[in-house]
Write a protein that binds this ligand. Structure first.
Ligand SMILES: [Zn+2]
Ligand SMILES: [Zn+2]
Length: 209
């Protein structure tokens, strides 16, 4: 198993970026490391791998055993814009049991904006501790993964077709968008199904709830 920072000349010193790499005996205090998606299930328990994901530097890899996400959405909220340094977020929703990190929690960094903490507290943002690629937003039962990390094979056309599986069903928080997206998908001013419906230009649709 590749360990983050193992080539550091001063590896006896604590390194803030790899504080999640803890001795085995502390697992007792951190039961979440025994649960999906961090529990490093053997392939026999996990089932056939449908997709593999990888961060920019390659230290963090994961597998998914479900072909199609439960849902996928674009989110234009300010939090997503800042966290991704992007005009909006593209997230695909999977159950935690659909996912398995190759090296468990090793090499991952956490940030809970609710608790303003880098400790593991749900809900949390999960990123690579080395290259800081956002990996997922983790809730109590679900993981919102970012499909850009999924490794797609084949020609450009084949990759485009595979990407369709992760195609979003709607836009959330379209009111705070950076750009108009005239793709005809349903758009919500805030959370989907519990805010106002907007058109592609952001105008409220009468009676559109
Ligand atoms: Zn990385
Ligand atoms: Zn958001």
């Amino acid at each position: 198993m590749a360990e983050v920072g193992s080539t550091r000349p001063d590896e006896t010193l604590p390194c803030p970026a790899v504080t999640n790499r803890v001795p085995e005996n502390t697992l007792v205090k951190e039961p979440w490391k025994h649960h999906a998606p961090y529990d490093m299930r053997p392939e026999s328990a996990f089932g056939p791998v449908k997709w593999r994901g990888k961060c920019l530097c390659g230290e963090v890899t994961y597998s998914l055993n479900r072909e199609k996400p439960l849902n996928a959405k674009y989110c234009h909220c300010r939090g997503c814009q800042k966290a991704h340094g992007a005009p909006f977020q593209w997230a695909a929703i999977f159950d935690k049991h659909d996912m398995s990190f190759t090296s468990g929690a090793s090499g991952l960094a956490f940030y809970s904006s609710t608790h303003k903490s880098q400790d593991y507290n749900l809900p949390t943002k999960v990123s690579c501790a080395t290259c800081r690629t956002p990996i997922m937003d983790e809730g109590r039962n679900m993981c919102l993964i970012f499909p850009q990390l999924i490794e797609l094979e084949g020609s450009e056309e084949e990759q485009r077709q595979k990407r369709e599986i992760f195609k979003p069903t709607c836009h959330m928080f379209y009111e705070s968008r950076m750009i108009d997206i005239p793709d005809g998908l349903p758009k919500w001013s805030g959370m989907d199904n519990s805010s106002d419906r907007l058109d592609d230009q952001g105008k409220r649709i009468e009676g559109g709830k």
